[in-house]
Design a protein around this ligand. Structure first.
Ligand code: HAM
Length: 420
């Protein structure tokens, strides 16, 4: 029979790792990022993976690549066009409008799979995971600082190598329009030098030409008018204040050519990059989107948000950052189980910071110790027939060769475990 394979660009992930460390790091990243989110008093929101296709057309913009080429859309049995979400922001706003929560403020986070039909390559998948944050109902000012502080906390906690946070301000609607007009005027006589993709961008959304991957276009753009000239002083001051406040934690660069791939942004935008990632170097991105809620039929709801690409982020973290303490519980002899499980149960309730791996197989001591070493256990707690009959256990250090193994009573084991 033919084997069934996973779909192109879609990964299977195992917490204990598979051929690479990426899987392991993804779970590790998700766990630790959730802690940081709750540190910032953000509350979780879960929305469905499938939505009405119109939601993404109206939010990301009909002219964005995401809606044009990358969206997974289907017709359901009722001939309704539904899509797998390519990102989380639109669903969050759809939900707060539907629940009539769009008159109040919210600080939310989400984590889950997103789908984009892109050409897979290193760091680019068709199903990928995002951890996102949306701060709803607050106008420009404090939330921008809170958002950059959050990004810095994440970069700091994970010690991300060679990281740069690029920031920009897209200005008011009027600033943006004036700049787009100037850009069109500059590029119009040079159209013959632009490729098909950039010509399309120029016609539909001129700001996106700034994001062109074509080297020739980038050369032409060196002489283009700068967005900076079209911004109000308060927008430039905001960028400079953020750079001044946080540059000691993270390398921050004001980049007036930074534009984002989704059309709902207005005002402050940002992207975090690492040179260790290769071509797909952006592991996080976001910005302000004050008009999205009213555009989707809700109230005026000034908002800002960001999303981390978990796979890209996880490929940057080093395994040595893993700090959980693991112990292995090894029983020898099949009659010992009932009592020893109760001991393990008590141990787990005594110290919730320790991970206790109860070894379930019927294999030899040697095989069980091998597994304990592989899992990175610091100690093995061993109970054989002899120990079992005398209410004793062996504590065997696995990492520190200078420490000797000791035989202790059950009460002594409890004290030892509590103190770890
Ligand atoms: P985005 O820049 O489209 O923004 O995606 C955020 C991050 O998701 C990217 O920086 C990247 O790390 C990751 N990512 C995107 N596409 C892929 C892919 N095909 N494979 C792997 N990783 C990928 C958004 O999605 C916005 N919703 C962010 C936001 C929230 N803005 C405001 N609130």
């Amino acid at each position: 029979m033919d084997k069934i394979h996973s779909l192109t660009g879609m990964l299977d992930l195992y917490e204990d790792g598979d051929s690479s460390d990426l899987s392991k790091n993804i779970f590790e990243t998700e766990k630790r990022i959730k802690n940081i989110f709750s540190n910032y008093y953000l509350k979780e929101i879960r929305t469905p993976a499938l939505e009405d296709t119109d939601l993404f057309k109206r939010s990301a913009g009909d002219i964005s690549d995401i809606v044009n080429k990358e969206i997974y859309s289907f017709h359901d049995r009722n001939e309704k066009s539904i899509s797998l979400r390519p990102e989380g922001t639109a669903s969050v706003i759809r939900s707060v409008i539907e629940k009539k929560l769009d008159q109040s403020t919210h600080k939310l986070w989400y984590m889950g799979p997103m789908w984009r039909y892109e050409r897979p390559q290193k760091g680019r998948y068709r199903q990928f995971y995002q951890a996102g944050v949306e701060i709803l109902g607050y106008p420009e000012g404090a939330p921008e600082f809170e958002m950059v502080s959050l990004v810095c906390s994440i970069v700091e906690e994970f010690n991300i190598p060679d990281c740069t946070l690029k920031i920009n301000h897209l200005g008011s609607q009027e600033n943006k329009k004036a700049y787009c007009d100037a850009l069109i005027k500059f590029l119009e006589p040079l159209k013959k030098n632009l490729d098909k993709k950039d010509l399309e961008r120029l016609a539909r959304n001129p700001l996106r030409v700034l994001d062109s991957k074509n080297q020739d276009t980038q050369l032409i753009l060196k002489d283009a008018p700068s967005l900076k000239e079209f911004l109000e002083p308060k927008s430039i001051e905001l960028l400079e204040a953020i750079k001044n406040e946080f540059s000691d934690i993270c390398n921050i660069e004001i980049d007036y050519t930074l534009v984002r791939g989704l059309d709902y942004y207005s005002g402050f935008v940002f992207e975090a990059l690492s040179s260790n990632l290769g071509a797909q170097d952006s592991f996080l991105g976001g910005g302000r989107y004050d008009d999205l809620c009213s555009k989707l039929g809700g109230k005026e709801l000034p908002s800002i948000g960001m999303a981390i690409g978990i796979e890209r982020f996880a490929s940057l973290i080093s395994n040595s950052t893993h700090s959980d303490k693991i112990l292995s519980f090894i029983t020898l002899g099949s009659t010992l189980e009932a009592k020893t499980y109760k001991i393990a149960h008590r141990l787990r309730s005594l110290n919730k910071n320790i991970i206790l791996d109860m070894q379930l197989s019927d294999s030899s001591l040697k095989a069980k110790l091998r597994r304990a070493n592989k899992s990175g256990s610091e100690y093995a707690i061993i109970v054989g027939e002899e120990e079992f009959n005398s209410d004793k256990v062996i504590i065997k250090p696995l990492k520190d060769e200078l420490k000797e193994q000791q035989t202790v009573s059950i009460d002594e084991l409890f004290d030892f475990y509590k103190a770890l």
